[in-house]
Design a protein. Structure first.
Length: 124
């Protein structure tokens, strides 16, 4: 049940980001289904690829006092866009896509962090 709540929180955060930022578009027939698909892909990327990237980039993350994590989050959003196969598109060239991914990753982190406060704690 908790995994479904995490997917729903990711979907709400991604939907808010798509609504807020003009560079992001969803190209699905039904926008809600497209955002749910992107949320599942985003969750899988964060579960399997992000830990490996964080481990490899640990020295530079320590050197920048953790600020490099923002770059990792932006890269995971770019990777999600690439894996989604058109469900999530980012307009522009590479640098413009990276900039919008950086801003989008910050928005997703803030919104999902706020929504996660309302999740029940499993340790009870």
């Amino acid at each position: 049940m908790r995994i479904l709540l995490r997917i729903l929180i990711n979907a709400i955060a991604i939907g808010f980001m798509v609504w807020l930022l003009p560079a992001f578009t969803t190209n699905a027939g039904n926008e809600i289904i497209g955002i749910l698909v992107v949320a599942v892909i985003f969750g899988l990327v964060n579960a399997f690829i992000r830990p490996i990237v964080k481990l490899i980039s640990l020295p530079i993350t320590c050197l920048t006092l953790g600020l490099f994590t923002l770059v990792i989050n932006a890269a995971m959003l770019l990777l999600t866009s690439w894996f989604s196969g058109g469900f999530l598109d980012i307009t522009g060239g590479f640098l413009e896509k990276f900039f919008w991914s950086f801003v989008g990753a910050i928005i997703i982190s803030i919104v999902s962090g706020i929504l996660s406060w309302f999740l029940p704690d499993d340790r009870d």
